[in-house]
Design a protein around this ligand. Sequence first.
Ligand code: IPD
Ligand code: CA
Ligand code: CA
Length: 267
Amino acid sequence: MSTSELQELCENVTQLTQEVGDFIRGERKHFKQSSVEKKGHNDLVSYVDKTAEQMLVNGLSELLPGSGFITEEKTSSVKGQVYNWIIDPLDGTTNFIHGLPCFCISIGLLKGETLVLGVVHELNLDECFYAWENGGAYMNGDKISVSPEKRLGESLIATGFPYHDYDRMVPYMEVFDYCMRNTHGLRRLGSAAADLAYVACGRFEAFYEYGLNAWDVAGGIVLVKEAGGTISDFSGGTNFLFGKEILSSNSGVHEEFLGVIREKFKN
Ligand code: IPD
Ligand code: CA
Ligand code: CA
């Protein structure tokens, strides 16, 4: 696919997230707690996640015939030869269920092993973030870029608390403690996709979390890269899509923050 074909596809994906977003927002208005199911410890879901995902799978299959899917709710097991969509139909399910305003649709497109397109649509502010390989990153039609800040001490940091994997809680909390004392502060929005989108548009200088799945981060990774940011795992390597640990930043504070993470996580 050429860059202009990717751009067209990306714009079509944003139209799809608008439609599916209307469904999710509509359901929120009369959502009942009795609709909540438990997939596991602290792992909540409802018919809204599943229906939204099916709508996305149907729409994306039409937009890119032959493509496959890696999705949180497993509504499709189709594998694509070249292209595979990585989808979280509702990132921030706990917020959605409790009526808190931060939840997103998150979509990434893999070509082979490379992410080439990302869309994160935060549905409460109706902010649709999107990017395609070598095309830059945008929010609702405007180009976005990461913050120019170079000092961790002048940075606002986002994170997510571990939901079920508590094995690395001690180093995680040590980084948390460091950030509390040495930055502008920490925020926990409850949507990793939003955290990444907010790094891409300069609201946060950095975001770190462990225990995430590929569908939590795929869309946001493309946004951060195309907006001028840097992504790594906790060792400074590239195993951040499927490797269950991610450090993303505006680039300017990456080395300094990575040094803190490496020291605490002993990587
Ligand atoms: C969760 C959110 C949250 C992160 C969790 C994820 P979900 O996704 O991204 O911010 O801390 O680890 O599981 O369950 O709302 O799709
Ligand atoms: Ca998620
Ligand atoms: Ca989800």
